[in-house]
Design a protein around this ligand. Structure first.
Ligand code: MF3
Ligand code: CO
Length: 255
């Protein structure tokens, strides 16, 4: 599939999808507390998404059973919501959510601490978030995709962290996953030339330890091989003539 350039009309719809997703994440973050189950998060997330007239993108995607991916501690991504998985103080939890608004997708992830977490966990979450922002400094027309990918890797590895290789970001639009793939690590090739109207989901997955991951027997949950903590931070962005627009963060170009 070719990389698509979104029309002004499509960009408007993706802005709206992003704005709704940003508010869903804000509500989820406020609701987090020790004692809640990962299924509680999924139920609330799905309710919020539908209350905005959207569809949860992940539900039934390749058979994924949830609306929100909830990944705790050494789980990297794609944790399946469970009635028996109870969050406790000190856990870190990655929430990944997607919405479809009038046929257009937005995809974003955040990692939060439950109550007080270790300073190691705090640092991992902050570096993961910052690695996204280091990457999108290069998300400009005229640059190549690999400029983003290498900037993310360089930043995260500077702290001794492991950048997950087995999963990558992606183009996004009428489909959750479109071309191109967006690695969080340097490739030998430059990758595509970035052009205004491209929409990308950039999503560093960073491990406190080594980059290696495994898939659990449920077929979905990805865990770190060395059981070190892992964090995930993702936004849907738009390449413009100037600075990138972060569609899935609040107060971005909406004043
Ligand atoms: N942000 C993840 C991704 O881009 C979400 C997909 S989870 C799935 O791949 F359940 F939909 F597969
Ligand atoms: Co994604």
């Amino acid at each position: 599939m070719a990389v698509t350039i979104k029309s002004p009309r499509e960009i408007e719809l993706m802005r709206k999808a992003g704005e709704i997703l940003a508010s869903v994440h804000e509500e989820l973050a406020k609701a987090l507390h020790p004692g809640m189950t990962t299924m509680d998060i999924d139920r609330l997330g799905e309710k919020l998404i539908r209350s905005h007239g959207c569809i949860p993108s992940f539900k039934n995607y390749n058979g994924y059973p949830g609306s929100i991916c909830v990944s705790v501690n050494d789980e990297v991504v794609h944790g399946i919501p469970s009635r028996t998985r109870v969050l406790k103080e000190g856990d870190i939890v990655s929430l990944d959510a997607g919405v479809i608004y009038k046929g257009y997708h937005s995809d974003a992830a955040r990692t939060w601490g439950i109550g007080q977490v270790s300073s190691e966990a705090e640092k991992l979450m902050e570096v993961t978030r910052q690695s996204f922002f280091e990457g999108i400094r290069f998300a400009k027309a005229g640059n190549h995709l690999n400029d983003i990918s290498s900037a993310i890797q360089q930043y995260a590895e500077h702290f001794g962290y492991g950048v997950v290789r087995d999963l990558v970001g992606h183009g996004i639009g009428t489909h959750l996953h479109e071309d191109p793939e967006v690695p969080n690590f340097a490739m030998k090739r430059k990758g595509i030339l970035l052009q205004p109207g491209m929409t990308l989901a950039i999503e560093p997955m960073i491990n406190a330890g080594r980059p290696d991951v495994n898939w659990m027997d449920d077929g979905w949950t990805v865990v770190t091989d060395d059981h070190s903590l892992s964090a995930h931070y993702e936004n849907t962005i738009l390449i413009t003539e100037g600075e990138p627009e972060i569609l899935s963060l609040p107060a971005f170009g909406k004043e």
